[in-house]
Design a protein around this ligand. Structure first.
Ligand SMILES: [Zn+2]
Length: 471
């Protein structure tokens, strides 16, 4: 229970996650209090303004209220907070306090810290919970809130629920609170990053403005083909095109999917286009021949690790004997997640001698993979459990005969250990096998190449895919 609160945090509001926030519009009359009958112009201030344009709200015929995003020009910053015929004009300039939700903090606590009384904070937030504009149980640290205080009393509160969605709560004449959802109208755009690799793809991409997520997407597209620690060299080059969304003022508000990822290096030269075939709707990265990047098994079932020992004969660091090292070692900090390299069924998830905490997965076609020295197992991982490629099956540790935290990874084909790094793996989907999907892909590929070209890419004439003749 929050001090002075209504007890609504953690309440009954469901089904309002990030997945459906885009379905809400401002046209719902019930979202606005009856007290507001006149034109209200909200010019949002300061840091919160990035995602917002001018919103005007007018009375409808039936007493309902409709709203629309006004066209540019944008409102001046730091104008009056609000003005309306029924409101007492705000004489004093509101004092603005903004802050971010910390972990283990409630939104009521944050708003109270920003100068609201506990009862005002709770009552104002209650309006957005009640309208299911925000699910208090799904709040993540980092959510921004902004209070507007006049004479020690909160007059308005803005909660930045998403990159493109603000919840604006104002005190009305009767002392109650009215909430309005303000959505930025975002325009999709694209950014392109291309560079030679000096230190790492991460550094080069970040230096040119890409975010962490874009680098992760890039790495996952290539995770089946490349060992990033061992096979990327100085002088290799890459290209990355990703979605960005800009608001009415042209400010980038958020970034989206990587739609093109290309690597031109010593180890591998390959390009991938993001495409979701309409038959299964599953987005994947396909190369220019319409072959999926996804393979039967991942080459590296762990992110950000350093290959520390390869498959082959070596002197064992503990026993001192030279013998076959049946796996590949990846050094990584303790606790780093380890992924199922492919779909399959867990055969064993238990302590196994020198292997320590050990998981073995049985895949199709006689393949098995094993993972050793884990600090602990992934959620629900036990013998008999069906896992999908990329599921977390455990975490890096140093259990068993191990000299330090690392993943020891083994691949077996029909009981025989093989070198995972040299494995020629069965491939994923090939679009040439579905002519209709191949046609879709060719169209999407041309679209993406057009975007690349607009963004300054010099397109190399490649052997273009031919759509199959229509029978
Ligand atoms: Zn090993």
């Amino acid at each position: 229970m929050v001090p002075g609160g209504t007890g609504n945090e953690g309440g009954r509001f469901v089904n309002h996650g990030a997945d459906n926030t885009h379905t809400h519009t401002l046209s719902q009359g019930r979202n606005l209090s009856h007290g507001i009958k006149s034109l209200i112009v909200l010019g949002l201030l300061g840091s919160m303004s990035a995602a917002l344009g001018l919103i005007s709200i007018t009375s409808g015929e039936d007493g309902g209220v409709s709203a629309a995003h006004a066209s540019p020009p944008p409102p001046p910053l730091a104008t009056t907070l609000f003005s309306a015929v029924e409101f007492t004009p705000v004489s004093a300039t509101p004092v603005r306090h903004s802050g971010e939700l910390k972990s283990r903090q409630t939104l009521t606590e944050l708003v109270t810290n920003l100068g609201a009384s506990p009862s005002d904070a709770a009552a104002a937030l209650h309006t957005i919970y009640e309208k299911e504009l925000l699910d208090p149980r799904r709040l993540r640290p980092g959510v921004k809130a902004e209070t507007f205080i006049v004479d020690g009393q909160m007059r308005a509160l803005n909660v930045k629920a998403d990159a493109d969605r603000n919840l604006y709560i104002t005190r009305n004449m009767s002392g109650g609170w009215s909430a309005t959802e303000l959505k930025a109208r975002l325009t999709p755009s694209y950014s392109r990053v291309a560079a030679d690799i000096e230190t790492s793809i991460y550094d080069a991409a970040r230096a040119q403005g890409a975010g962490d997520q874009q680098v992760v997407d890039f790495a996952s597209a290539f995770a089946y083909d490349v060992d990033f620690q061992r096979e990327i060299h100085r002088g290799d080059s890459f290209e990355l095109v990703y979605e960005t969304f800009v608001d009415e003022r042209g400010h980038p508000v958020k970034t989206g999917d990587v739609i093109y990822a290309s690597l031109d290096g010593d180890a591998l030269t390959r390009s991938f286009y993001r495409f979701a075939p309409s038959d299964d709707g599953v987005p994947d990265y396909f190369d220019q021949n319409g072959e999926s990047a996804t393979k039967f098994l991942m080459k590296t079932p762990i992110n950000g690790a350093r290959l520390s020992s390869s498959f082959g004969n070596r002197r064992h660091p503990i026993s001192g004997y030279t013998r076959l090292h049946k796996g590949t070692d990846f050094a990584a900090p303790s606790g780093t997640p380890i992924y199922a390299a492919g779909n399959g069924v867990v055969e064993r998830a238990s302590r196994y001698g020198g292997y320590g905490n050990y998981v073995r997965i049985k895949h199709a076609n006689g393949y098995k993979t094993a993972y050793a020295h884990m600090s602990r197992y992934g959620p629900g991982v036990r013998a008999g459990k069906r896992v999908r490629q990329g599921d977390i099956i455990g975490y890096v540790g140093s259990t068993g005969a191990s000299t330090g935290p690392h993943l020891h990874y083994e691949v077996y084909i029909k009981g025989k250990p093989v070198n995972a790094m040299k494995l020629k793996l069965p491939t994923g989907r090939k679009l040439v096998e579905s002519p209709e999907m191949l046609k879709e892909f060719i169209a999407r590929k041309a679209e993406i190449d057009g975007i690349r070209s607009n963004q300054g890419a010099r397109l190399v004439a490649s052997n273009p895919l031919q759509a199959p003749p229509t029978p």
